[in-house]
Design a protein around this ligand. Structure first.
Ligand SMILES: *Cc1c(COP(=O)(O)O)cnc(C)c1O
Length: 424
């Protein structure tokens, strides 16, 4: 089926007389007739639900839709995008292991890997996403267990050369994990280019209304864990905390990764999405394909207007022919990228502040990727503790404005931007 149809109808097909909308199973627990019945669930010998910290039927229906959208074999929801990325990495790594990651990834994920996972004994090497194959290969160590990148990085807006990263990962016997939050599967399906695991912050375009936090992990079912069993003992040797199950043997390439992440990590860390949030996420997914099209149209129109304006020094948007990522975008994002545009004002920090103050439609928020246009000047908000030199080094110079184009009329958005630029 076409992605558009999966957005609307995927994941759930009601039977005769059953609810048309997915049911919200607002229950922590599930009832069984005998202890033996329940025992089989605990042993992963039977399918079913026993406690919503690990799995919930509403969440599973929505995860199934996202799985179908990404052409995966198994998927799970998490309470946030942060939880999705942590689980995806920690499902493969333990103390003493190492990760290779793109240097332009989302600040929250960069912090997760470089600070918090480091405290857990997991090291990382960050590489420029435009590095050569030689530089990329040089980042690997014998204890490397995963490669991580974002299809379109937030907020750097770099585009990942997925095939280049997948090739290097596979040459070293490890999977490539791609955070596909910004393009969504409507605009890019990383599995088609060799990625093995995809993650999402569903908080962004998938929900799309700034209403619910959430995340998702999808497995392509293609990575052969058993062929690299010595690297992945967690998947390829018996799990004593689960009655000696060997996930890769019992659940195969298609199911091992998500089963382990659910049975072990969800059980121990408990970052499940609430059924109510999953229901609201699904409402967002039903219109994702229609909204992404409009977000991209508005992003492109705003980027083109800004590029031609004398008070704007530069614009970062991979849809523009002037972007260093344009060729990658044409390959991986032929239908469009996303609605997020960043740009620098020729007048520097003060011009950025005057511009933002005078916007009427675009609100100042730390959020991105929802129906209402919003913007942020990192130098005066999220990165305000840094001086101008530090800001430049962090890739968020003082004059930079990040604008997330919503679903309004592009004519109104451009008129708003034009009048705010006039005030500088
Ligand atoms: C927002 C974001 C995250 C974190 O997601 P939360 O839902 O806020 O936890 C991770 N990756 C990317 C690319 C994001 O934009």
């Amino acid at each position: 089926m076409n992605r558009d149809t999966i957005c609307v109808q995927g994941g759930y097909t009601p039977g005769n007389g059953e609810p048309r909308q997915i049911p919200i199973i607002q229950s922590t627990t599930f009832k069984y007739a005998t202890s033996e019945d329940m025992g089989k669930l605990f042993d992963l010998e039977a399918d079913g639900y026993f406690y919503s910290r690990l799995q919930n039927p509403t969440c599973d229906l929505v995860a199934k839709k996202i799985c179908e959208l990404e052409d995966g074999t198994a998927a799970m929801l998490t309470s946030s995008g942060q939880a999705a990325n942590f689980f995806a990495l920690f499902n493969l790594c333990e103390a003493g292991d190492h990760i290779v990651a793109s240097s332009t990834i989302y600040g929250g994920t960069f912090n997760l890997i470089s600070v918090t996972m480091k405290k857990m004994g997991i090291e990382a090497t960050f590489v420029d996403p435009l590095c050569t194959e030689e530089e990329l290969n040089a980042a690997f160590r014998p204890n490397t267990k995963a490669v991580f990148g974002e299809t379109i990085a937030n907020p750097a807006l770099t585009v990942l050369d997925i095939e280049k990263f997948a090739k290097a990962a596979h040459a070293h016997g490890v999977p490539l994990i791609v955070d596909n939050t910004f393009p969504t599967p409507v605009n890019c399906r990383p599995f088609a280019w060799g990625a093995d695991i995809v993650t999402h912050s569903t908080t962004k375009y998938m929900d799309g209304h700034g209403a619910v936090l959430g995340g998702a992990i999808v497995d392509s079912g293609k990575f052969d864990w058993m062929a690299h069993a010595e690297k992945f003992p967690g998947l390829c040797t018996p799990d004593d905390s689960y009655h000696g199950i060997t996930y890769a043997e019992r659940f195969g390439k298609e199911g091992a990764f998500i089963t382990k992440a659910t049975a072990q990590l969800m059980r121990d860390f408990g970052s499940m999405q609430s059924p109510m949030n999953a229901y609201m996420l699904n409402l967002g997914l039903e219109s994702l394909h229609v909204r992404m099209h409009r977000h991209c149209e508005n992003g492109m129109a705003v980027a083109q207007f800004l590029e031609a304006h004398p008070k704007v020094a530069y614009v970062n948007y991979c849809g523009l022919a002037s972007s260093p990522y344009h060729a990658l975008a044409e390959k991986y994002l032929p239908k469009g990228s996303c609605g997020v545009v960043s740009f620098g004002l020729a007048g520097g920090r003060e011009a950025a502040s005057t511009f933002m103050k005078n916007l009427k439609l675009a609100a100042i928020e730390t959020h991105v990727a929802d129906a209402r246009t919003c913007c942020l000047n990192p130098a005066s908000s999220t990165h305000r503790q840094m001086n101008d030199e530090q800001l430049k080094a962090a890739g968020v110079p003082a004059e930079l404005v990040r604008m997330s184009c919503g679903l309004e009329s592009s004519e109104d958005l451009i008129a708003d931007i034009a009048q705010a630029l006039d005030k500088i």
